[in-house]
Design a protein. Structure first.
Length: 290
């Protein structure tokens, strides 16, 4: 989360970013810049009367919002924040200072509620929806608002401006979906966790964590226990924590009456237990198994 866009993307799209910056400047401003060279005001090109603006004033807005972008994208968030706050007040209808003010607050880990509000304002004023949702999703994730993060990243994955960014948004979404499974399990909501983990396994069949939580929820619900055993094995094969697979699968084997397999799993779990307390718990489970 250290840059406005992933480094390799940003390095390859600097020109596009400049075009995006100019696109964020109100159309009236750019029209005024274009027409000023031939002695016409923006109002001369419109049917409806528009208050005249000086070329110097319009040019200053354009340069100011681009400076906000450059400061933020170079990682100078303190400077960017100060510049963007002033620009957002002066050019209240311009979405770009609001977006970079929100991003700077996010990177500096300050005032998250204000950052969320600024992202919403930038989006309402027409700022690039992909970047708002991409970064706001990260902020939601940091705030443990995983459901909101999922919504933003899912939407972002459908409107990404490049295949690379589509992949990145989908990776973030996958991580958030699996994290939501964990949150539900940790809070004891096993029915909801089962539904969520089943959906995650369908969507991300190679994700070891999703398989583990589906297996665990099936175990807690005492349903489809053979399927739970298979899911535990798949999670282990794909790199999920061996200790937790062995520990929970060992207890499941024991509940199913498969004492030999239970003993094998629990003995292995004891050998790799992460702390003494867990080790003592496993010893108690092993005692009746001989």
């Amino acid at each position: 989360m250290g840059t406005t866009a992933p480094e390799k993307v940003r390095r390859s799209s600097g020109h596009w970013c400049r075009l995006r910056a100019l696109a964020a400047v109100p159309a009236l401003v750019l029209l005024g810049l274009a027409l000023s060279s031939c002695g016409r005001s923006p109002s001369a090109a419109r049917d409806n009367p528009i208050p005249p603006q000086s070329t110097a004033h319009m040019s200053l807005e354009s340069m100011t919002v681009i400076e906000c972008q450059e400061l933020a994208e170079s990682g100078r968030y303190e400077e960017a924040l100060s510049k963007c706050e002033a620009a957002a007040k002066k050019y209240s209808r311009n979405p770009m200072p609001k977006f970079y003010q929100a991003l700077s607050l996010q990177q500096l880990k300050r005032n998250p509620d204000e950052a969320l509000s600024l992202y919403a304002q930038a989006l309402a004023l027409g700022y690039d929806e992909f970047w708002v949702r991409y970064h706001r999703g990260r902020l939601y994730s940091t705030l443990q608002q995983t459901e909101n993060a999922c919504k933003d990243w899912e939407y972002a994955s459908h409107i990404a401006p490049s295949d690379d960014l589509t992949r990145q948004a989908k990776q973030l979404l996958e991580g958030a979906e699996v994290k939501r499974c964990q949150e539900l399990v940790d809070s004891g909501k096993f029915e909801e966790g089962l539904k969520r983990s089943e959906a995650a396994v369908r969507e991300y069949p190679k994700n070891a964590t999703a398989k583990y939580y589906q297996a665990y929820c099936l175990q807690r619900a005492n349903r489809r226990l053979d399927e739970a055993i298979t899911l535990y094995q798949q999670a282990l094969a794909r790199g999920f924590s061996e200790f937790w697979v062995r520990y929970n699968r060992g207890m499941l084997y024991n509940a199913m009456g498969q004492k030999t397999k239970a003993k094998e799993d629990l003995q292995r779990a004891l050998a790799i237990a992460p702390n003494r307390e867990m080790g003592e718990t496993i010893k108690k489970l092993l005692a009746p198994l001989g």
